[in-house]
Design a protein. Structure first.
Length: 388
């Protein structure tokens, strides 16, 4: 009987931890998806170029590159859940300051600090989920995580399309969403994942151990950050209204919602490496179709959803591949490597895509992410052939 109670308690803790982690990071993601187009639109209205907007958005990636190596060690020191809690609280304090200050210099500083907090939150939440997910259903769990997170990413721009970019209201909503993330973290305090188990190596070691996972994060970081940051600008430069421009981000996020669970189920039933290659190559093919249909709004919305939704599978399937290979301290460090590469992509994507739009107009918006996806797809195919 004591054993049954212990097993039941372990089951409840495991699932409570997964639910808490998914709830917390989804709320953070909702705030992030609101802030990315919001800040881009405000900067566009103030007359900044696409390149400046892209550079400002990449500061979050710079912050992630700096903090990522230290997150696993800090998590072992204070506990993953406690570190997550403080990261979310600090992010909630930072968000309203974007409304308080108009200075571009201050915005760069705030973007950096917010990037530190958000990146740490993602590393710890995804490690938490991966560490507790049952091995035989890891893809399904990560697919559910991706779906819930994508719902958050869809809700953020939808909120922006309803309330607009004027005044404090959109900044206040972003702050409230971050504060809301504190609740599930507190609920899951007893399910702190075992970050101290196993040998802890530098996160750089894991860039080469699971390259298809880490480089999937790079391709996804570049693609997602470019699309989420600059699709409102893309819509405005095509001649659409601010409402429609924000709707383009929502369509991508809705595509993410629909695609994650099916891709997660597939990843439990087939070679995840093959699935990663297929996702990237399909995304590369979709990119020129988005541009070709840009003058037909209903078709543009549908194909943006297909493009972004499919490409987003690189993230959840890559995480599943990572979690199936490693555990404990190794998984924590590998998850940091995963987020490090995602942050490198975030750093590259908006800058290169913004430059592409400045140089080639709206076609630059689809060309640059399409090339990222194509490059990863080719790399994945070569890697699969060689390892076989």
């Amino acid at each position: 009987m004591a054993s049954d109670n212990s097993d039941r308690w372990s089951f409840l803790r495991r699932h409570a931890g997964i639910v808490a982690a998914i709830g917390a990071i989804s709320s953070v993601g909702m705030s992030l998806s609101l802030s990315l187009p919001l800040l881009a639109i405000v900067m566009e209205q103030r007359g900044y170029s696409s390149s400046i907007i892209g550079i400002n958005s990449t500061i979050g990636g710079v912050a992630a590159l700096i903090c990522t190596p230290f997150v696993p060690a800090l998590a072992r020191l204070v506990g993953a859940v406690w570190l997550l809690l403080w990261s979310v609280v600090l992010a909630a304090v930072i968000m309203p300051l974007f409304y308080v200050f108009d200075s571009l210099t201050v915005w760069f500083v705030l973007r950096f600090l917010l990037g530190l907090c958000v990146n740490t939150s993602f590393i710890l939440s995804e490690f938490w989920i991966n560490a507790l997910a049952p091995a035989g259903k890891r893809g399904l769990v990560m697919g559910i995580y991706g779906t819930v997170l994508s719902v958050g990413f869809a809700v953020g721009p939808a909120i922006l399309s309803l309330v607009g970019s004027e005044g404090f209201l959109p900044f206040g909503i972003g702050t409230a969403l971050l504060a809301l993330a504190v609740i599930p973290v507190l609920i899951g305090l007893l399910s702190d994942p075992p970050v101290a188990e196993g040998e802890a190596r530098s996160f750089v070691h894991y860039l080469a151990v699971v390259p298809l996972a880490t480089f999937a994060a790079l391709a996804m970081g570049a693609t997602e950050s470019a699309i989420m940051t600059l699709s409102p600008v893309y819509g405005l430069r095509l001649g659409y209204s601010e409402h429609v421009a924000a709707l383009l981000v929502t369509s991508v996020a809705i595509g993410n919602v629909v695609s994650q669970v099916p891709l997660g189920l597939l990843s439990d039933r087939m070679d995840r490496r093959v699935l990663l290659a297929a996702i990237a190559l399909f995304g590369a093919v979709m990119a020129p179709l988005v541009m070709g249909l840009s003058s037909v709004l209903p078709a543009l919305i549908v194909f943006m959803a297909l493009w972004g939704g499919t490409a987003a599978g690189l993230y959840s399937v890559g995480l599943t591949h990572l979690g199936a290979r490693l555990s404990g301290a190794e998984l924590a460090s590998a998850n940091a490597a995963f987020l490090f590469m995602y942050s490198v992509g975030m750093l590259m994507g908006p800058v290169l895509t913004g430059a592409g739009m400045d140089g080639f107009g709206p076609p630059g918006f689809v060309a640059v992410p399409g090339l990222f996806l194509l490059a990863y797809g080719v790399f994945a195919v070569i890697r699969i052939v060689r390892t076989r």
